[in-house]
Design a protein around this ligand. Sequence first.
Ligand code: HEC
Length: 213
Amino acid sequence: MSENNNLTGWQKFIKRWTKANEIGKEDEVMTDHNYDGIRELDNVLPPWWVAGFIITIVISVFYYIMVFTGNYNQEQEYKDSIAEAKIEHAAWEKQDRINNPEKYTAAKATTDAASLKKGKELFLAKGCIACHGVDGGGGIGPNLTDNKWVLGGGFEKIFNTISKGGRPGKGMVAWEASISKTDRQLLASYIISIQGTTPTNPKSPEGEIVWPN
Ligand code: HEC
């Protein structure tokens, strides 16, 4: 008892919740099991562990009642949360349409000389030439002047490729993160305008596959 009085509050707390047997007092809890000289102590289960165990048993009773006898239904819970998310998303989109109207208008091609000039400047400035060549003849990326398309031709599909990138691992990234919608429109329009031109060192036509549809 006198030993106990010298303990700090924290030490008493630990002692109460672990009930650990003190070093040097092993004999008090030694069992008579002896396996090839390996003996066994009969320590009590630590109260913190027992408390946790009891708590899980108590929770399991409530869980059992809720899941097996009530009208709880996991599938319904999932459906409800999807429905809730749809409502939230609709509200968000309503606001987003007000804040970013240009996001919701279809991309449109431009054909006037000034826009095409701007598109060409972007093509040179944004690094497209590293993979598609200065004149669009191709390199790491496909030739952009022929009528074969790996990812689909026409303004909309080309705009989509520039925005969303190519197939994974091919090297064509999604430029929507770094190039504005206006500029992507100008780029796609410029690419359309170089159809049928003859690059100095054209890469042979690739594709026809239309992806994504
Ligand atoms: C790191 C190299 C790289 C850069 C930089 C790059 N591209 Fe590409 N691009 C590719 C590759 C590779 C493909 C083919 C992707 C595939 O096969 O899925 C491709 C495909 C395309 C296509 C579709 C071609 C087709 O046949 O369907 C267009 C259009 C295009 N790129 C435009 C651009 C524009 C515009 C830029 C600059 C903003 C650009 N690319 C920058 C590598 C690049």
